[in-house]
Design a protein. Structure first.
Length: 139
């Protein structure tokens, strides 16, 4: 069982059976990594959006070396914008609530993996780092 399967399994019934297919899992990882890479300021910009939305404790926990504080799908939708989540759900053919729930489960873990030293480092090539991380999740 790969890291991604463990993550989705840990997310429980909220995700249902929507994510069993490997292609869909890859699409979900693509979606999560594109959320990070697509933010002005990259990872730091995304974390700032969570902080501005009053979710700084959660965002900071994902970067720190301690336990990740969870967020809800509704909180992720609010931070990213309901329109963005709706667009992702249409691309994946999944309900928006399921996509938001998946992002709520995936983003903390991805951000945690991107910040193993407990802080955001200036990364020269975020896209290749995200691609390498994706391959680890789906292995």
């Amino acid at each position: 069982m790969g890291l991604f399967d463990q993550l989705l399994g840990g997310a429980g019934g909220q995700l249902g059976d929507h994510f069993g297919d490997e292609t869909r899992q890859g699409s979900l990882m693509d979606m999560a990594t594109s959320v990070i890479a697509g933010q002005p300021g990259g990872l730091s910009g995304l974390l700032d959006k969570f902080r501005t939305a009053g979710l700084g404790q959660q965002a900071d926990s994902w970067v720190s070396t301690g336990k990740n504080v969870p967020v809800s799908g509704d909180e992720v939708s609010s931070v990213l914008g309901h329109g963005q989540v709706q667009g992702m759900s249409q691309k994946l053919g999944l309900p928006p609530g399921a996509v938001a729930g998946a992002l709520a489960a995936i983003l903390p873990m991805v951000i945690d993996q991107l910040t193993p030293k407990g802080h955001v480092e200036q990364q020269g090539d975020l896209s290749s780092t995200l691609a390498a991380l994706k391959s680890r999740f789906l292995a």
